[in-house]
Design a protein around this ligand. Structure first.
Ligand code: UD1
Length: 419
């Protein structure tokens, strides 16, 4: 176990480059098995979740090799298993994304229930419903989901909620189904568009990705492709917030500004000066900003994955802001940890009332999940005194070289073994 030790109170200053998107990389890695050949993927972030997904692919017979420049090669020629073990599936929520591709490629799959951040119940009923509608026979056997289909046949699928993972799983199965599939009330997140672009690069026919109706015309085979994933909008947003919270002057590069608009619109509303270019956003903050209300929603609403980091920023703002979390039912675990640092946050059900304070003070805190951990890093950077964050394996699931990137911006942060 390791911890971060941060000596706070230093304004961040300089330029930081965003890595590839974790949430785009995971479904794309999973879908790479669809071609049955050698796929070359660039801009894949070397995160523990990505390594776990690669371990899953290796366990079913794929060749996986990392090479320089964030490149990963997946050779699915010798795919030889349809079973994903409890040990591997339990490592991350995204493990379930191999279900659709395996079902389409091999006609059967057995996968243990997925793991991931403890932010809510996170059922998988919409994935199951979609794959069953395509013709799969699905049952639960001793904690594993077992799905079989002699063939998948295109159909109309209406999602009760625009689930990101379910949209990805269904799309990745439907590309090889017989006939056309239409997903209604589909998720419209940028990562859906990136997956669709990758699938199309392999020869799939997908129309309307990025809108709430996606049409997929099945093809018989897909061919291998080279593809580069988009940059990580959540990592980008986390650096923008860290810059604002510390009263810093930071340029975040390799960013897709449209994808972070739900955040930048709020930051502007808070009075934080932003310079938005074609592929960069610069924050020039003097540390003065006022509170706003936030409601998390599916894209293009405010992302739930930025909620915790925004809570840290509101804790330092002038006035009181209300955060409403509509996506996950248990995503305020950072509130009590931020309170250890002097934040005033009252949580009631799905809402949190955050009363801004002039300053936070360093404390010993615990990362309870990935983005909660990021919020504590931001609070620690802005706080007076020393902060120790334990259980940082959560943070390592989503941030490439976090302490190196922050150190380059002038932060005093390092990693230590926890005894
Ligand atoms: C993905 C992201 C995660 C992000 C989330 C919402 C990945 C690997 N993870 O997670 O970082 O926070 O989108 O933007 O891309 N739901 C059901 N039944 C289902 C599926 C989902 O009820 O079958 C519910 C969930 O419990 C949750 C909501 O739908 O309340 C959203 O979940 P979903 O969009 O599926 O998120 P993930 O794909 O798990």
């Amino acid at each position: 176990m390791e911890k971060f030790v941060i000596c706070g109170g230093k304004s961040l200053c300089g330029t930081v480059s965003v890595s590839g998107s974790k949430n785009a990389a995971l479904p794309i890695l999973a879908a790479s098995i669809l071609s049955g050949g050698r796929v070359v993927l660039d801009n894949i972030p070397r995160l523990s979740d990505v390594v776990s997904m690669c371990d899953i692919l290796s366990s079913i017979g794929c060749g996986v090799s990392f090479s320089a420049g964030d490149r990963v090669l997946i050779d699915a020629t010798r795919l030889n298993s349809n079973v994903i073990s409890y040990q591997l599936a339990g490592r991350l929520r995204g493990s379930f994304l191999v279900m659709g591709p395996l079902l389409a490629r091999l006609g059967s799959v057995s996968i243990s229930m997925p793991g991931g951040c403890p932010i809510g119940a996170r059922p998988i009923d919409l994935h199951i419903k979609g794959l069953a509608a395509l013709g799969a026979c699905i049952e639960n056997r001793q904690g594993s989901v077992v799905a079989k289909a002699k063939k998948l046949v295109g159909t109309k699928i209406y999602l009760d909620f625009p689930s990101v993972g379910a949209t990805e799983n269904i799309m990745s199965a439907a590309v090889l189904a017989e006939g056309a599939t239409v997903i209604e009330n589909a998720a419209v997140e940028p990562e859906i568009v990136d997956l669709a672009n990758f699938l199309c690069a392999m020869g799939a026919n997908i129309f309307g990705a990025g809108t709430d109706t996606i049409k997929i015309e099945g093809v018989k085979i897909l061919k291998p492709a080279n593809y580069s994933v988009i940059s990580d909008r959540i990592e980008a947003g986390s650096y923008l917030i860290a810059a604002a919270a510390t009263g810093g002057c930071v340029t975040v590069q390799n960013i897709l500004p449209d994808y972070v608009k739900p955040l930048t619109a709020k930051m502007k509303e808070m009075g934080i000066p932003l310079d938005i270019g074609e592929n960069y956003i610069a924050v020039n903050s003097e540390g003065n900003f006022h509170a706003v209300d936030i409601k998390t929603l599916p894209f293009p609403g405010f992302p739930t994955d930025m909620q915790a980091q925004m809570t840290a920023l509101l804790a330092l703002s002038e006035g009181t802001g209300i955060i409403t979390e509509t996506i996950f039912e248990n995503r305020f675990m950072h509130a009590s940890e931020l309170a250890r640092m002097g934040a005033s946050i009252k949580v009631a059900g799905r809402s949190a009332v955050v009363e801004g304070k002039k300053a936070l003070t360093g404390a010993k805190v615990k990362a309870t999940d990935l983005r909660a951990g990021a919020a504590l890093v931001i609070a620690g950077l802005a706080a007076r005194g020393d902060t120790e964050i334990s259980d940082i394996y959560h943070i390592d699931r989503g941030y490439v070289a976090l302490e190196q990137k922050l150190t380059q911006l002038g932060a005093d942060i390092h990693r230590e073994a926890e005894h």
